[in-house]
Design a protein around this ligand. Structure first.
Ligand code: SF4
Ligand code: SF4
Length: 552
């Protein structure tokens, strides 16, 4: 029995990073452009799928990096930092896309955050007239009004809005829409609700009306609007998400000592790991497994928690113990999560979000759609952007269009000759962080972007998983069904055969050979030397049979 999978290297496949990106950004292609120092081209490739290229370059949760195949070699690529390099080092703005002929259909979008503006972009790209209504003085939702300047500078966010405007999206600020149906009566053919999750959740404990209690989101908005809230010298922040982390770091910049209280352990914190690390570096103290139970003037009483069985979120449920302690505080900041305001006449879910039809994106009112945090609750920028794109497709269908809003570029293999990656041992390039003592003195960016040469080197680590092909072969008679290959393979290439080999074992079979990224984990882990992996080359250079790495 010889179980060989021989793929067809004429085709391009979806790399793990692109598959993991909710917006489907063509990561390997823009990385190849970067590798050759073509920063403007890289930026325009990012923008093919992502109108918020700049916002995501600074503040994305980068799920692509968790999927990157290079992590099995010597560390995932710094994909977000490379996107930032494209944004910062592009010498000109990419040429705006051609605006297609108008369809005569009009769409109103309520809310100008990442979900609403992403939908606006794609609907405009389909030829519909789009008007975005924003109740604040400037567009951007959380991006502009909550994320601190040291994480997402406004000058870069402006680039995203210039880009989105270039396709003809009309923006009307300082307009509040309370009853979305009025927009239908005004002649819009469809309405999209993308107002976000701005309603801060309450602790519901005694003393919450004390004057020293402050809402974390309100604090961040005040800071972004140029105010300097007075928080005193000792701040306690309640919460473990990114808003809590932002609030804590902002208070350090306001000169306060900060203690953050979170009811689970650090491992369960929903905030990004790098945000937690940055907060700790900046001197934020963290009290884990604790929750507030009573607020008194200048003091908060807390109870120690222990972790029980997993709850609905899949995380261990915090259970109060009998141990209590108190923290002195001049300001108590509550940042335990956000909810959604469901507009009048629209049906909500039991989670307090807007109910939609999963297939069509429609709310309980025909021709009114919803997306983003209003539907899924507080989420990341990239999830909101992806939601906007999906809902734009649904609205396009509703308006008589095809609902097809993009496809993988068939000619997207620029520079295949540069696809040969740097060999193992080239560790991920790290961004330089300013010293914590300096950065809490101002609102400037914490991390310095990559220089052109560093960005090109980091891009050179990319394995070009989209255009490199491998032949995976299992010598079934040698296999003793230990299952190590199935466990080790990040691409889930192997399955277990239904048949038995001569030794009476059910050997490994190659089920999804096209997904092999050539990490060689299976080859090294197989105790029976039954697996062989051979590189077949890239789509363009067709060096079929180039056996570079397999120790056969
Ligand atoms: S190595 Fe490159 S193509 Fe492969 S997953 Fe990582 S970034 Fe994507
Ligand atoms: S088949 Fe082997 S070389 Fe290919 S991805 Fe899986 S473990 Fe890595």
């Amino acid at each position: 029995m010889d179980m060989t999978h021989s793929p067809n290297p004429q085709h391009r496949k979806t790399a793990p990073c692109q598959a993991a990106c909710p917006a489907g950004v063509d990561v390997p292609r823009y990385i190849r452009a970067l590798r050759n120092g073509r920063f403007t081209e890289a930026l325009s490739i990012v923008r093919e799928q992502l109108p918020f290229a700049a916002a995501c370059a600074f503040a994305c949760t980068h799920p692509c990096e968790s999927a990157c195949s290079r992590q099995w070699v010597d560390g995932a690529l710094a994909i977000r930092d490379l996107k930032r390099a494209a944004v910062e080092l592009a010498d000109s703005a990419p040429a705006p896309p051609e605006v297609p002929p108008r369809t005569g259909k009009r769409v109103a979008i309520v809310g100008s955050g990442p979900a609403g503006m992403s939908a606006a972009w794609w609907l405009s790209a389909k030829g519909h007239e789009v008007v975005v209504f924003e109740e604040r003085h400037a567009p951007g939702g959380m991006l502009r009004h909550a994320i601190p300047e040291y994480r997402l500078p406004e000058r870069f966010l402006e680039k995203d809005f210039q880009w989105i405007s270039s396709i003809g999206v009309c923006l009307r600020t300082n307009v509040r829409i309370d009853v979305p149906e009025t927009l239908l009566r005004e002649g819009f053919d469809a309405v999209l609700l993308a107002t976000g999750a701005w309603k801060s959740l309450r602790l519901n404990i005694p003393g919450e009306t004390e004057a020293m209690v402050m809402d974390g989101l309100k604090l961040l908005q005040d800071i972004r609007s140029g105010q300097t809230p007075s928080v005193g010298r000792r701040v306690v922040v309640i919460g473990g998400g990114n808003t809590a982390m932002d609030a804590a770091r902002v208070c350090r910049r306001l000169g306060a000592s900060v203690t953050l209280v979170y009811r689970r352990t650090r491992k369960e914190m929903p905030a990004l790991v790098e945000e937690i690390e940055a907060a700790l570096e900046e001197g934020v103290r963290m009290r884990f497994s604790a929750a507030p139970i009573r607020i008194e003037p200048n003091r908060v009483k807390c109870v120690r928690m222990r972790l029980g069985e997993p709850d609905a979120s899949g995380r261990a449920r915090p259970i109060p113990t009998r141990k209590q302690f108190a923290l002195d505080t001049s300001t108590l900041i509550v940042a335990i999560g956000q909810g959604v305001s469901v507009p009048e006449g629209i049906r909500g879910t039991r989670y307090g979000t807007i109910e939609i039809d999963e297939q069509t994106g429609r709310t309980s009112i025909p021709s009114i759609f919803a997306c983003g945090d209003t539907v899924i609750g507080p989420s990341s920028i990239i999830e909101a952007v992806a939601q906007g794109k999906l809902t734009a497709a649904a609205i396009d269908r509703h308006l008589g269009g095809s609902g097809t809003i993009d496809s993988l570029s068939p000619d997207g293999c620029a520079d295949p000759s540069s696809a040969e990656p740097l060999p193992p041992g080239h560790a991920r390039t790290r961004l330089q962080r300013r010293r914590p003592a300096l950065r809490i003195q101002d609102w400037d960016l914490v991390e310095q972007g990559l220089k052109a040469s560093s960005a090109m080197t980091e891009a050179g680590r990319c394995l070009s998983c989209d255009i490199r092909w491998f032949e995976v072969k299992v010598e079934a008679e040698l296999c003793k069904d230990c299952g190590y290959c199935r466990e080790a393979c990040p691409s889930r290439v192997f399955a277990r055969s239904d048949e038995f080999n001569a030794g009476g074992y059910r050997p490994a079979v190659v089920l999804r050979g096209d997904d092999c990224v050539g990490c060689m984990r299976c080859v090294y882990i197989c105790p029976d030397f039954a697996i062989h992996v051979r590189e077949l080359g890239t789509r363009e250079n067709k060096e079929i049979g180039t056996d570079r790495r397999s120790p056969q």
